[in-house]
Design a protein around this ligand. Structure first.
Ligand code: FES
Ligand code: FES
Length: 248
């Protein structure tokens, strides 16, 4: 202890000692009242899961407040009653049983949960379901036609063998659909994208199996089919080595 801290006539130090004592008492009380809640006070930041509560995937619990909302997913409207804290990802998977959308990291790092909202790709694990009442949501289940014919990107993924375990595939597909549409809106022909541009545009979607070369080939195949310019005007660049995929 600094010698001056023992001086009872120093008001600043008296206040410091008081605060130290109060903090110690509060920590002791918290530890006694809630033994399981002491992890976040141990000096390390609380995890996202801890910030969301002990059951971040819960759609509703009996004693938690819930809200009514309607989501339009893949052209169908669904009336739900869920807690306000429920993410779009959990609402899709646990209430609507649309389990094609995957939960990888649950914190915006892997892209496995990518869906399209009004045509734009988002990480559904980072977005609350109640934010999307007036939106058009498309999941991987909504990419194929009602008659079962596959989306061109789905067909290209099959033909190019663009997956191994397939866990990242729904997010890759939704992200690729959104990515090609983003470029179309900017007036960039999909077939004119370089490999490097595709890789950068998809860098928010990770594939732990390392199927990046096949993913690139599939996206390029679909892009060229989309623009009707297969083999013409396509600028080729580097391969997809080391790429992750970042959702816009
Ligand atoms: S689960 Fe959403 S980004 Fe990983
Ligand atoms: S195919 Fe396994 S994570 Fe991408």
């Amino acid at each position: 202890m600094h010698p001056d801290e023992r001086n009872p006539n120093n008001p600043a130090l008296s206040r410091r000692l008081f605060l130290q004592a109060a903090a110690g008492a509060a920590a002791g009380a918290a530890a006694g009242a809630a033994p399981g809640a002491s992890a976040g006070a141990a000096g390390s930041p609380a995890s996202p899961g801890a910030l969301q509560g002990e059951a971040p995937s819960a759609v509703a619990t009996s004693d938690a407040p819930s809200v009514s909302l309607t989501l339009e997913v893949n052209g169908s409207r669904h009336d739900l009653r869920i807690e306000p804290r429920v993410t779009l990802l959990d609402a899709l998977r646990e209430q609507l049983q649309l389990t094609g959308t995957k939960k990888g990291c649950d914190r915006g790092q892997c892209g496995a949960c990518t869906v399209l909202v009004n045509g734009r790709r988002i990480n559904s694990c980072l977005s609350l379901a109640i934010m999307h009442q007036s939106d058009h949501i498309t999941t991987v289940e909504g990419l194929a036609q009602p008659d079962g014919s596959l989306h061109p990107l789905q067909q290209a993924f099959l033909e190019q063998d663009a997956f191994q375990c397939g866990y990242c595939t729904p997010g890759q597909l939704c992200s690729a659909v959104g990515m090609l549409d983003e470029h179309r809106r900017r007036g960039v022909a999909a077939a004119a994208l370089t490999d490097a541009e595709i890789r950068e545009s998809m860098s928010g979607n990770l594939c732990r199996c390392g199927a990046y070369p096949q993913l690139l080939a599939a996206i390029r195949q679909a892009a060229e089919a989309q623009t009707g310019a297969a083999g013409n005007g396509a600028r080729t660049g580097s391969c997809m080595q080391g790429s992750g995929m970042r959702t816009a």
